[in-house]
Design a protein around this ligand. Structure first.
Ligand code: URA
Length: 440
């Protein structure tokens, strides 16, 4: 087989066979397929697409490219969730403790942020001492002891995805359904959980900008999961407005704590309860009504908050900052960004808000950038709110005064004013199960 022939075959719009897809993935991982040929192949997939069968073959080849976690030493069903990436998305920090507090084991491998999206591992590392590099043995022991563990993926987990994602990122081939589906599902299949809830983000702060595309991505990932013998369902949820009121690592930990103490923003709390109830249902903890009640009880009784404290302590973190956010080291520069005009906020370009946060130091421009955990944004006014000229739109946090101007300009650009109050956008657009879609 020759890589050039396979690129040409895809260029003609023909479907590749399983051995051909295996050849490409194994060749790229062992170095016999060079970056330039893989880049050409990925761009051809970007424009010509891949069938469901090809995407499944690609996913399985990527999942087989490295270590596959054996979680059989953990008793009972293991549940996981995954978000396709967004701005201010701190749901894992809230949902995972809720589910674990309800008695369902959460064995979760999370990622880091890149570009305008954040990552759970960076957020957790803003808690002093918190370890995200646990060995497989430590991961399994922690889940067995306290019912929950959130760690970073090991370097051997789906190495094909790491190499392919890095290339997609620099050739502009991230926002593509077969490539996103295979990237996410290869890691999920390799990380060993029995049931997985996918939070597929849609809108200006997501890779998929339209609900239709997000539903297609959801269907593809749900099907791949089922073919691999996992229980998988997906929720298509809004990312046209940042989730919650904060963006940035330490700020998002504080907001997650606030939410677990029962004082969270309405949409963030509602989404977390829905995701948690869906994970509980998949894990067989009861029907929809029972699981919704269990999730709400875990949140409002404080049990889920205590579970987060246990998680932080078990992974070496300082739980004192979880109990008292005043103990976090604050950003040295705090700037109130004021509205230049009065009116309703008609629209927020959420991707731009993610970029503004990154420009303040909270995210990574390249994978080697160093994160400033104290940096980020507190959003004071959101879509649908009325703002008077001179009122605070947002508070920007950074350690470097020199970063303020560019970030302020980007944030200001993200907000569109209108004279009429815009209609409220839905929080959840669709629920996708195997052979069944509910659109809201
Ligand atoms: N998250 C992933 O892990 N992969 C993608 O391709 C996009 C989002």
């Amino acid at each position: 087989m020759r890589m050039v022939d396979l690129i040409s075959k895809k260029k003609q719009g023909e479907a590749l066979t399983n051995p051909e897809i295996d050849f490409i993935v194994t060749g790229f991982v062992d170095g016999s397929v060079p970056d330039y040929q893989m880049a050409a192949f990925l761009m051809t997939v970007y424009f010509k697409g891949m069938s469901a069968e090809e995407t499944t073959a690609l996913t399985l080849a990527m999942a087989r490219s490295g270590e596959r976690m054996d979680l059989s030493a953990i008793e009972g069903i293991k549940a996981d969730k995954h978000s396709t990436g967004g701005v201010g998305d701190k749901t894992t920090l809230i949902v995972a403790p809720i589910v674990a507090a309800c008695g369902v084991k959460v064995a979760k491998m999370s990622g880091r942020g890149l570009g305008f999206t954040g990552g759970t591992i960076d957020k957790l590392e803003s808690v002093k001492g918190f370890r995200t590099d646990l060995s497989t043995r430590e991961f399994i022991e922690t889940v067995n002891q306290i019912g929950i563990c959130v760690t970073g993926g090991t370097k051997d987990l789906a190495p094909a995805d790491k190499k392919i994602y890095a290339l997609r990122d620099v050739i502009g081939a991230v926002d593509n359904i077969p490539l996103i589906a295979s990237s996410i599902m290869s890691k999920k299949l390799a990380s060993g959980a029995d049931c997985i809830v996918l939070d597929v983000k849609t809108g200006s702060g997501a890779f998929m900008k339209s609900v239709e595309e997000s539903i297609l991505l959801s269907e593809m990932m749900v099907n791949i999961g089922h073919l691999a013998g996992k229980k998988v369902s997906a929720l298509v949820t809004d990312m046209d407005i940042p989730l919650g009121n904060s963006v940035g690592n330490q700020l998002e930990i504080m907001e997650a704590v606030h939410t677990l103490q029962g004082n969270g923003e309405k949409r963030l709390t509602q989404l977390c309860l829905t995701l948690a109830a869906t994970m509980l249902m998949l894990a067989g903890a009861g029907d929809k009504t029972a699981c919704e009640a269990k999730a709400a009880d875990a949140l409002y009784s404080g049990k889920a908050f205590e579970k987060l404290c246990e998680l932080v302590t078990a992974q070496g973190g300082d739980a004192a900052v979880i109990r008292d956010a005043a103990l976090f080291t604050p950003a040295s520069v705090v700037y109130e960004l004021k509205a230049e005009q009065s009116g309703y906020i008609g629209r927020m370009d959420t991707e731009k808000i993610g970029i503004a946060s990154m420009l303040l130091g909270a995210g990574r421009e390249t994978k080697d950038s160093v994160i400033d955990f104290s940096a980020g944004i507190k959003i004071m006014k959101k879509t649908g709110d009325y703002v008077k000229q001179g009122e605070a739109l947002a508070i920007l946090y950074t350690s470097d005064q020199g970063l303020l101007q560019q970030a302020s300009e980007k944030y200001t650009e993200s907000v569109t004013f209108t004279t009429e109050k815009p209609p409220e956008t839905p929080l959840i657009y669709a629920f996708v199960e195997k052979d069944h879609i509910i659109k809201y």
